[in-house]
Write a protein that binds this ligand. Structure first.
Ligand code: SF4
Length: 176
């Protein structure tokens, strides 16, 4: 490190290196690392409290942070799993009702970001394609196959039977 750095610059480099080390080794959660870096910058006098909090005054930054916090809370509290069970109950076993509930719910849940940048970047969004089929003239095979993003050839011809997959868990899907 060059010898003509002032104490603030040295503090900044140390905080930067420690912060990057924590992010790379994933010893702490990324959001916690970000808060600790901000705190360290304030404590060492590199940033004033006003400058440190300036980012929170930016609407896009607050919206992105809020989305990550809320999606993290959904996963941590188990609410996303409860939503899945509610959706299963609402969908029932009738074709029309199931179609109206399950497909939009799947697309909606896929829009909720995962609070892990690596996982979030690697996942695919569920984008519903095609038209909603008529309940009066349901498709052959699995009635979901025209809009199902993971349908295979068999789904067009064979009606999947309802099977018990675990406690309180039934599914009628060839891939379940
Ligand atoms: S059987 Fe399963 S994979 Fe196939 S179309 Fe129906 S829901 Fe999709």
């Amino acid at each position: 490190m060059p010898g003509n750095l002032n104490p603030q610059q040295i503090s900044f480099f140390i905080i930067l290196i420690v912060g990057l080390g924590l992010l790379v080794t994933e010893r702490l959660r990324n959001d916690l690392v970000a808060l600790l870096v901000i705190l360290a910058l304030v404590v060492t006098g590199v940033l004033g409290p006003r400058e440190a909090l300036a980012g929170f005054g930016s609407e896009p930054a607050v919206v992105v942070a809020a989305i990550f916090v809320l999606s993290g809370a959904l996963h941590q509290t188990g609410l996303s799993e409860s939503f899945g069970q509610w959706i299963g109950r609402w969908a029932g076993r009738g074709y029309g009702r199931a179609l109206m509930v399950i497909m939009p719910s799947g697309a909606l849940l896929s829009a909720v970001p995962i609070p892990d940048p690596a996982l979030e970047a690697s996942r695919e969004r569920v984008v519903l394609r095609g038209e909603v089929p008529s309940p009066l003239n349901p498709p052959s095979g699995c009635v979901f196959h025209p809009r199902c993003p993971i349908a295979v050839d068999r789904c067009r011809d064979d009606i999947p039977l309802l099977r018990t997959l675990g406690r309180d868990h039934e599914a009628a899907c060839h891939l379940a």
